[in-house]
Design a protein around this ligand. Structure first.
Ligand SMILES: [Zn+2]
Length: 324
């Protein structure tokens, strides 16, 4: 990401026709009374609700000087580069003739997928000193367990000390890499790199997708979490599950979900009303795709205020493990 980011504005106009069949994303009511009004061009999960007064909008897009688009990732506190085609296909209405009147770009070049050589994965596996996340895992969980997850997820170290999370798919092909930077205490910084770009044909897949096809994992349930680190640490604590990460809430895209079709999947959002609400709004979509998905809501129906008072707000599974 370079220089200043500029917000991209959408032209929003209300649709005349209501969708009476939906459940409002804001206050979770049936829209039989038509209080939820949709926008032209956007999917029906976006709109304005006359019942609770909330607007549900896609998160704003920002552009840098090279026209690369980003979204603010609230949960990870950083800007995330947008996977264009999936963002737009999840957000914009496509089977709608109204789409012609919209300003938003819908035409995309579909690039052929490219893969990263496996030798690179092996080479970055051996870089010393290891990255801070592995340092933290070794110190906290011991060398045996650290080696286990290092090998399981092929964790690498970049030349500048970052943690390389390779996106390896079910066919053991390496699709993409995300480099995150951690402190020695295992906490993530806001700095990250995505060296292989979508524009060139490197598309992300779920972190850990390669684990689905391993024979000993065949009968295990899959648990899908947000951050790569949560997946890794949870795999240490509960190896009876297969732990995958989607890397930020807008990373839960169609293409990434496809390998999960027909499988049992438990989704674990972080502990906040927002994280759970976003996941709940995605659930029908997953079920429709044919994924046997359930949400494990760790908020226990408490609101953010109560969670803050109790110290659980925005916690993830590792914080929960530390407590039990
Ligand atoms: Zn509402």
């Amino acid at each position: 990401m370079k220089g200043k980011l500029i917000k991209v504005e959408f032209d929003l106009e209300f649709k005349k026709k209501r969708n009476f069949h939906l459940t409002t994303p804001c206050c979770h009511k049936s829209n039989k009374d038509g209080k939820f009004v949709n926008y032209k061009c956007l999917n029906d999960n976006y709109g304005y609700c006359h019942s609770c007064g909330k607007s549900t909008l896609p998160r704003p897009i920002y552009k840098d000087e090279n026209d690369i688009e980003y979204q603010w990732d609230e949960l990870n506190n950083c800007f995330d580069e947008i996977v264009l085609q999936t963002y737009y296909s999840n957000t914009l209405k496509s089977s709608d003739n109204e789409v012609g009147h919209c300003n938003a770009p819908v035409e995309m070049d579909v690039k052929e997928s490219k893969y990263i050589e496996k030798e690179l994965v092996l080479r970055y596996n051996k870089v010393k000193p290891e990255n801070n996340l592995l340092y933290y895992i070794r110190k906290t969980y011991g060398n045996t367990k650290a080696e286990l997850v290092k090998n399981m997820y092929n964790l690498g170290t970049s030349k500048d000390g970052g943690t390389i999370f390779w996106n390896i798919n079910k066919d053991s092909k390496v699709q993409k890499a995300k480099i995150s930077y951690y402190k020695k205490d295992g906490k993530r910084t806001n700095y990250f790199k995505v060296p292989y770009k979508n524009e060139v044909g490197y598309f992300s897949c779920l972190f850990g997708e390669h684990l689905i096809n391993i024979p000993k994992n065949k009968n295990k349930s899959i648990i899908l979490v947000e951050s790569e680190k949560t997946a890794i640490v949870s795999a240490l604590h509960l190896p009876e599950f297969v732990w995958l990460a989607y890397g930020g809430i807008n990373g839960l895209t169609n293409d990434k979900l496809k390998p999960l079709i027909g499988l049992k999947v438990i989704l674990v959002p972080d502990i906040s009303e927002n994280a759970v609400a976003i996941m709940n709004s995605k659930l029908p979509y997953l079920l429709e795709l044919g994924i046997d998905a359930k949400i494990w809501d760790m908020t226990n129906d408490k609101n953010d205020e109560q969670l803050k008072n109790e110290g659980w707000f925005n916690c993830d599974l590792e914080d929960v493990f530390r407590f039990i």
